[in-house]
Ligand binder design. Structure first.
Ligand SMILES: Cc1ncc(COP(=O)(O)O)c(C=O)c1O
Length: 395
């Protein structure tokens, strides 16, 4: 056994041997339990960020842990060249909770990969090449996905960009109509723009996008990497009232889908799948047994623990309690994808909360603090958060 490293030596060794691509919090994460994250020094943090919206079932949900353990003792991996009960179950379960028009799943490993495959499918289905995405949208960091990302400076990091990416204004249907022509294969959007500061459009916008796509033979893609798998209090934004019931042709998923085991997916309609043949898409690890066991168990845990209903209860309580805080000017978003807008910069609040052992997120809107907690968050923990926030805001 290697000797246990102190937190300081963990920080030093990561900083020395890992590329410094993220600004890190000084926490050496050791274990998690539901909404709590424990450091190697035994400090307990209330995790309202969920490791970038991943820990939707909470950290180490017992049902998910058991499923992963059992699967790991049987078979860790075999590719899509064989059938597998674990994959069959995950695909069936995922399709069964999706809007009925989405009938087939394609499994991959991450959000960016899901978006790459979604755009590729749209091009295959239409024989066209251009993709319309939006100001403030984030879709990942691989070549095509980063070229579709108009948030901040991300797109420039991906230069030279993939050609054929067009930018429309989020929420402005006229700006989309102005770009539509016979070269457009797809319109892709985060239905709630998370990193941009949790921005939503009016329900009519989603309906008008659907109509525009239908009348021009364009594929509608929802990037539900953040909004999917129960985060909004519904399984998906697709088909929900907030989006006027609109169902896109492709939904992409990742993050929460495997409770921390890397997995991504595209859910597609029959019309899209009819264009996809053997060898058109693929990835070695997509649909591997360990990830599939995690997907099934994640969906079961959300169902068994009635987390969708919990999301709505907790959201309502949080919104109500945040009214006590004068500095909060708006609470944006839906379910447990929330942006708390302050009348000043959110970074000092984020820092002060961390000092009080509460993890939250920032966003590219300097005044917005982002919450992406586990869906099992309770009202008592909301009270703890708001009490600390109020103390910070009045100090
Ligand atoms: C909306 C959205 N799409 C895509 C991605 C990319 O996902 P991944 O980091 O798994 O590639 C992210 C990641 O933050 C995201 O928030």
């Amino acid at each position: 056994m290697q000797p246990v490293k102190s937190a300081t030596s963990v920080f030093e060794s990561e900083d020395q041997f890992q590329l410094a691509t993220y600004k890190k919090m000084l926490i050496a994460a050791e274990r998690g339990d539901g909404v709590w994250l424990y450091s190697s020094e035994g400090a307990r943090y209330l995790d309202l960020y969920g490791g970038h919206a991943v820990a939707a079932t909470g950290h180490c949900h017992p049902h998910v842990v058991q499923a992963i353990r059992e699967q790991s003792e049987k078979l860790l991996f075999y590719s899509n060249l064989v059938y597998s009960e674990a994959r069959a179950r995950a695909a069936e379960q995922l399709v069964s909770i999706a809007p009925s028009a989405l009938t087939k799943a394609f499994f991959c490993n991450s959000g960016t990969e899901a978006n790459e495959n979604a755009m590729r499918m749209a091009r295959m289905a239409t024989g066209r090449e251009d993709i319309i995405t939006f100001t403030g949208g984030f879709h990942g960091r691989t070549a095509d996905a980063i070229s579709a990302t108009f948030l901040g400076k991300y797109r420039e990091l991906g230069r030279p960009n993939v050609p054929g990416h067009l930018q429309a204004m989020f929420g402005d249907i006229e700006s989309v109509s102005a770009l539509i022509d016979d070269n457009v294969a797809a319109i892709m959007l985060e239905p709630i723009q998370s990193m941009a500061g949790v921005r939503m459009a009016q329900p009519e916008f989603y309906r008008e996008l659907r109509e525009l796509c239908d009348s021009h033979g364009v594929v509608l893609i929802y990037d539900e990497v953040q909004t999917g798998v129960g985060r909004t209090g519904e399984w998906f934004f697709a088909g929900s009232a907030a989006g006027d019931g609109v169902v896109p042709d492709i939904v992409t998923l990742a993050k929460a889908l495997g409770s921390g085991v890397p997995v991504g997916a595209c859910l597609v309609t029959e019309a899209i799948s009819s264009h996809i043949k053997e060898n058109d898409l693929g990835t070695t690890f997509g649909g591997g047994m360990l990830a599939m066991a995690a997907v099934t168990a994640t969906l079961e845990a959300i169902q068994n623990d009635r987390m969708l209903a919990n999301v709505k209860t907790v959201e309502a309580h949080l919104r109500e309690r945040l009214r006590e805080i004068e500095q909060v000017v708006a609470v944006r978003g839906l379910g447990l994808l929330l942006g708390i807008e302050f009348n000043d910069k959110a970074a000092p609040v984020h820092k002060a909360l961390l000092e009080r052992k509460i993890i939250t997120g920032t966003s590219s809107d300097a005044n917005v603090l982002r919450l992406l907690p586990p869906l099992c968050l309770g009202v008592d923990q909301v009270d703890l958060f708001v009490d600390e926030l109020r103390a910070i805001c009045t100090s």
